[in-house]
Design a protein around this ligand. Structure first.
Ligand code: ADP
Ligand code: MG
Length: 349
């Protein structure tokens, strides 16, 4: 994780916090900032100064990371990967749940969200933490080789929480879904401890729990994909909602004047290429929003919207490279565009 990215996140979080903050006694909120899951975590509880709930939430985040990270060598996910083509591996129930969801969204999006993307992610190695200029990219042959190892149909979920990748060299990567699950878990823990008003922010993967203390909706800033300084293009008014954003502006490098970002299209083997620059998903469950934000980034405005239209409780905001903001009918009263350089369009699909 690069220093620059930390700064970006911190600025972004600062903006979110200053926006979500009420005018009254908000300074009394209980706040916790951590660096976990390769991102800045910021938890803010507004109604109950309960340190215990906060500790439980942070412990749970650490546990999730320990089980689901691919960079931790003895995590459940790493064990599944090491045993690809060898044998099924028993994983914790929560890991199984996330993998089951991952497979569901892979099927739903026909592989736009692709949890076995690991070999390609590794090949491209786009973390955003190194220099923004590169003088090489992988060769066609290398990409073709890795593409053969990417296919959610060869991810098998078995009885008793056993998971199997059918071929040697295959690799699960839950990076596109796990923060959403983690946000849902923090929400659960907060609620179980009587917290009714909180902002759970896992590196831009946000759950706005309840409402502000004055009964007003939370005001969540939508990140401007064209500026790295943490500006926002608009504001969403929400209560009890997850807002997950994916974009090409955080983790990327430049090669010969072109941007190569961290969301890979399994069908081409390259970072996805379409009109979308940023996407935000509103949903009740953050795990859904996270998987869908990645899927819709790959699918683009038209196909992405068609997928969203099949689902209940899901809304999408697309920001295109042409500086258009596509919103759906029922977001009309909840979303306010702030940036005058962008054009608001009612999603026609
Ligand atoms: P972020 O993690 O930056 O918030 P995303 O939720 O969109 O953004 O997840 C991107 C991560 O998911 C990548 O860093 C990679 O680990 C993984 N990934 C990349 N491409 C795909 C894909 N097509 N489907 C599923 N996961 C992907
Ligand atoms: Mg995602």
């Amino acid at each position: 994780m690069g220093f620059k990215k930390n700064i970006i996140y911190i600025v972004f979080i600062f903006i979110i916090l200053s926006m979500t903050g009420c005018t009254d006694n908000q300074s009394q909120s209980l706040t916790r900032t951590e660096f976990l899951m390769d991102t800045v975590i910021n938890l803010k509880v507004y109604d109950k100064q309960d340190k215990k709930a906060m500790d439980m939430a942070v412990d749970r985040l650490k546990e999730i990371e320990k089980r689901m990270s691919i960079t931790i060598s003895n995590s459940d996910v790493s064990n599944v990967n090491k045993n690809a083509g060898i044998k099924p591996v028993q994983v914790h129930e929560d890991v199984y749940y996330v993998i089951e969801k991952a497979k569901y969204f892979a099927e739903l999006s026909h592989g736009a969200y692709e949890p076995t993307i690991g070999p390609l992610v590794e090949l491209w190695n786009i973390t955003g933490s190194e220099e923004k200029e590169r003088d090489f990219i992988p060769t066609e042959e290398e990409i073709k080789e890795k593409m053969k190892l990417v296919d959610y149909n060869d991810l098998e979920l078995m009885e008793d929480n056993y998971v199997y990748l059918k071929r040697k060299g295959m690799k699960l990567d839950l990076g596109g879904i796990v923060k959403g699950y983690a946000a849902d878990e923090v929400k659960r823990i907060f609620e179980e401890n009587g917290v009714k008003s909180a902002i759970i922010d896992l590196g831009g993967n946000i759950y706005a729990l309840g409402e502000k203390s004055d009964g007003e909706p939370w005001r969540i800033g939508i990140q401007d994909p064209f500026s790295v300084t943490g500006n926002y293009i608009g504001v969403l008014n929400v209560k009890n909602k997850s807002i997950v954003t994916s974009g090409d502006y955080e983790r990327y490098f430049m090669y010969k004047g072109e941007r190569y970002h961290h969301i890979i299209d399994a069908k081409t083997g390259y970072p996805s290429k379409n009109e979308v620059s940023g996407i935000s998903i509103l949903s009740n469950k953050s795990i859904d929003g996270d998987a869908l934000s990645t899927a819709l980034f790959v699918l683009g405005v038209e196909d992405g919207t068609k997928l969203v239209n099949q689902l209940e409780d899901i809304d999408a905001i697309f920001i295109t490279k042409e500086k258009e903001v596509y919103i759906q009918e029922n977001l009309k009263d909840k979303f306010t565009l702030i940036d005058e350089n962008l054009k608001l369009i009612l999603n026609p699909y």
